[in-house]
Unconditional design. Structure first.
Length: 262
């Protein structure tokens, strides 16, 4: 059994028995939303990163000081993070692609992926919002975090498989796991994000979808993505697919052939 807890943006905590890890911990830059706190993830033994953008990696130095956890990440992202004070470099673990890492009873395997390609309509709308919020934009620009290698994580525990992406892009010619139990799907970064998400679902053929990264966590660059139309689309297109739109801090247990919110 896997238990998934969403704390905003692409921050997803994964728990199984006594094993716990967190993906892409990030303190939101929107004061109107829930803000991740050290106590939310103090019991994790590993931090996994998908790429180095500020909304996925900028807060790793802070959490590294607060939590004595292994930091598992791509090599390019590790090199970039070494420049930031506070991060516990001795906790870095840089596996090769497809080289499994054990976090207690959880097996995590890094797959190559791509960042979603921002399209012109989205960029134009974002620029309009940025003009209206120059102070917020300047704060984000100052973070200056390069992406580095973009990866996805296959999380396995006791026969259950979850595939987590921090950005909605896959390599065109690569053999990814299919028929997974849970696809942890980021819904942000394109004016036709629903279509892009459906393309990924068609490719991975998951039994269930756990949606994240749909909140307005770092305005003016981000925006709130309506999930109801997307869920309705999935219900029409994939009637057997289990879909979870999580609430902040609420845990969802995944077993074979069922999903139970607690």
């Amino acid at each position: 059994m896997l238990s998934l807890t969403w704390f905003g943006n692409a921050t997803v905590k994964v728990s199984a028995d006594n094993s716990r890890l967190v993906l892409d911990p990030f303190i939101t830059l929107n004061p109107a939303l829930y803000s991740l706190k050290p106590r939310d993830i103090e019991d994790v033994s590993a931090i996994l990163l998908t790429h180095g953008h500020f909304d996925h990696a900028a807060d790793v130095p802070f959490f590294s000081e607060q939590i004595d956890a292994k930091i598992i990440l791509p090599a390019q992202v590790a090199q970039n993070l070494k420049k930031f004070p506070g991060v516990r470099r001795e906790n870095f673990h840089v596996p090769d692609l497809l080289d499994p890492v054990l976090v207690g009873s959880i097996k995590a395997t890094m797959y190559p992926s791509r960042h979603i390609r921002f399209d012109a309509p989205l960029v134009f709308k974002t620029l309009l919002r940025a003009v209206m919020s120059p102070k917020r934009l300047f704060k984000i620009i100052r973070l200056n975090q390069p992406m580095g290698r973009c990866v996805g994580w296959l999380i396995e525990e006791n026969g259950l498989r979850m595939f987590h992406l921090g950005s909605l892009g896959l390599e065109d010619d690569y053999d990814y796991p299919t028929g997974i139990d849970v696809f942890s799907l980021p819904l942000q970064g394109h004016s036709r994000i629903y279509d892009k998400a459906v393309e990924m679902i068609d490719r991975l053929k998951p039994r269930g979808v756990f949606i994240h990264h749909f909140d307005d966590a770092f305005p003016p660059i981000s925006q709130q993505i309506p999930t109801a139309p997307f869920v309705a689309l999935l219900e029409r297109t994939y009637p057997e697919l289990r879909v979870i739109v999580p609430e902040y801090g609420k845990s969802y247990k995944w077993r074979k052939n069922e999903s139970i919110a607690v």
